[in-house]
Ligand binder design. Structure first.
Ligand code: FES
Length: 160
């Protein structure tokens, strides 16, 4: 009997808002799934497409970035750049047979600890529904086969 699928998720969190929200969630003893591993960054504008693709290549099932609310980025437009990159990533992933719902960009303030925990839960559920990344299921290869890509494309709903 196989073990139930537990997704591995990376969350790129900016120092000023979402990382502070994660900290506050901890202080408030709000629980969120241990599936989410946080990468602490100065700003989500630092997240590059290559970082996300490398994360998938190394076996994660989903990636999101959590930046400051729009208009509140400490580097002015870092979060807007990150949103554009994640929109581009969605179409790029779809082209290589990875469901675009496996990536997301969200915006949080430092005070939004409850929302931080909700996002972690919702994203974990989303990825759990999609199942393991097709890259992970195909050991030794970086790109899913076309038949796997079609299966992946048929899962879940349309991207948010
Ligand atoms: Fe938070 Fe730029 S400093 S997204």
């Amino acid at each position: 009997m196989s073990e139930p699928f537990e997704p591995e998720i990376l969350a790129f969190c900016c120092n000023y808002c979402s990382y502070a929200a994660a900290d506050l969630a901890g202080a408030m003893r709000l629980s969120y799934p241990p599936n989410v591993k946080i990468i602490h960054l100065p700003c989500t504008g630092r997240v590059d497409t290559v970082h996300v693709l490398k994360a998938f290549e190394s076996g994660v099932d989903g990636v999101y970035a959590a930046g400051c609310l729009e208009g509140n980025c400490h580097f002015e437009v870092g979060n807007l750049r990150a949103r554009k990159r994640f929109e581009h990533l969605k179409s790029l992933l779809a082209q290589i047979g990875i469901h675009p719902d496996r990536v997301e960009m969200v915006n949080l303030s430092a005070a939004m600890a409850t929302r931080f925990a909700e996002v972690a839960r919702e994203f974990t559920e989303r990825i759990r529904a999609l199942g393991p990344s097709p890259i992970k299921t195909r050991k030794g290869s970086e790109v899913p086969r076309p038949d796997e890509a079609e299966k992946e494309a048929g899962k879940a709903g349309s991207p948010a």
